[in-house]
Design a protein around this ligand. Structure first.
Ligand code: D3A
Length: 414
């Protein structure tokens, strides 16, 4: 849970944080009894607790398919990221990965911590995969094949141009959007979304992660590949790592703002994609990461801390997003709030300022035109702390402790 300081500063985070904690406990108890499914759902929770929670709320058949899809992609990612594997070993594994998922014997030693366990016991994932419906299997196989080939291509290629950047993000996340759209359609609940809108869903998420993770990636030992395109950063510095040095702070923030402006170009498509979804649980599964992405961009924009440490949404705000994202109105509301926050941060001397403002104005207009904004209260950008919900929670906690104490002291009747 968030620190006490953060909770005092944001008392209305307390209730969603407690709710999230209780929900996470609840799903921990729902691990299936079969060893292969038990392994898959335990792994999913280990890799991302809050994401696992949203996946577990999907309709049952789709939930299994998404869980396996997610683990297969994490495994592929683990191979791609492991710098200790020689290129001549790594490339064939990436290219053949779509065949390994059909092989109950296949496993590979690489990665660290939970990912090492995932790779070593991959037979559980294959066993579960083989129990999915044929249409789910085919969608997962097709995306794994295309993603593996794309990753292999970029093992030996730098991200030079913005087109390279879009192509790399297509392989590692845009294809996830395409695959998920196929899985949603296969479950019978959704129309098949266009490839272009599905791709944008992934590009927006991936570009946000790439922006946020600059420092972590540049400081990685052994040296990690970087995904900020040269076409953008070369306008500001001669070498990408120069952005982290204090003397380049002004240039670094300008480059960062250029990157954020580039990512904002996908928002329109993402809003269109989400507005077409029908099933409430599929909607939440898609909308929560998108709101977290625009929130992360709003925190990163014009913020030198991206080059000094970790800029992340606080746990309480994440919990609030998970708790309060139910309908498309909530999505328009959150995108509206975070776009206003971004506009308030634009420095008119920034070289990308006019482009950034133009993109943000388009987003604001779309949110306004939805006609739903005044039906909601802005929960993300509250100026003054509201202590009422926190006080109610504290009251109930004290009451529970008191009742527990009193019932513990009651003399036992014989
Ligand atoms: C594009 O992929 C989608 C999607 O497309 C239609 C719909 C829903 C979710 C995703 C996508 C995803 O979400 C995660 C992501 C980012 C980059 C790639 N992915 C991805 C991989 C595999 C699948 C789905 Cl199956 C978002 C994500 O991973 N997180 C991390 C945990 C966060 C939420 C966002 C919660 C937390 O605890 O901070």
């Amino acid at each position: 849970m968030g620190s006490l300081g953060a909770m005092l500063k944001h008392p209305d985070d307390v209730y969603p944080l407690i709710k999230l904690k209780i929900a996470a406990r609840q799903i921990e108890k729902q691990i299936p009894p079969q060893p292969h499914w038990g392994f898959c759902y335990t792994m999913l929770q280990k890799v991302s607790r809050s994401f696992a929670l949203v996946i577990q709320q999907l309709p049952i058949e789709l939930r299994d398919a998404v869980c396996i899809f997610y683990l297969v992609l994490r495994a592929l990612d683990t191979v791609e990221d492991d710098t200790s594997i020689a290129t001549e070993v790594k490339v064939p594994i990436l290219i053949d990965f779509h065949r390994h998922i059909y092989d109950r014997e296949w496993h590979f030693l690489c990665g660290t911590k939970d990912y090492k366990v995932l790779m070593d016991q991959f037979h559980h994932v294959s066993t579960a995969f083989l129990e999915l419906g044929k249409n789910y299997q085919e969608a997962i196989e097709d995306i794994t094949m295309r993603m593996g080939a794309g990753m292999a291509k970029f093992i030996c290629k730098e991200v030079e141009t913005i087109d390279d950047y879009d192509e790399y993000c297509h392989y590692v996340a845009g294809l996830v959007g395409l695959g998920l759209s196929k899985l949603f359609h296969a479950s019978g609940t959704e129309d098949l979304a266009s490839d272009s809108l599905s791709n944008s869903m992934g590009l927006f998420l991936q570009k946000t992660n790439i922006i946020r993770d600059y420092l972590e990636d540049i400081n990685e030992i052994p040296k990690c590949r970087m995904f900020w395109p040269r076409q953008i950063w070369s306008k500001y510095v001669n070498k990408l790592e120069e952005l982290k040095y204090e003397e380049n702070s002004v240039k670094a923030v300008q480059c960062l703002n250029d990157m954020v402006t580039n990512a904002l170009s996908h928002v329109e498509d993402c809003l269109t994609y989400m507005s077409a979804l029908r099933d409430p649980s599929i909607f939440r599964f898609c909308a929560i990461p998108q709101i977290m992405a625009i929130g992360t961009l709003a925190m990163c924009y014009n913020n030198i801390e991206v080059f000094r440490g970790v800029v992340k949404m606080r746990r309480g705000l994440t919990a609030k997003v998970i708790d309060r994202t139910r309908t498309i109105e909530d999505v328009y509301g959150a995108f509206f709030d975070f776009s206003c926050m971004l506009i308030s941060k634009v420095d008119h001397n920034d070289p990308s300022a006019s482009k950034t403002l133009k993109r943000l104005e388009i987003i604001l207009k779309t949110c306004r035109d939805s006609g739903t904004l005044n039906k909601r209260k802005s929960y993300i950008l509250r100026a003054e702390p509201n202590y009422t919900p926190a006080l109610i929670v504290v009251f109930f906690i004290i009451l529970a402790i008191l009742l527990g104490y009193l019932s513990g002291n009651k003399p036992h009747s014989l």
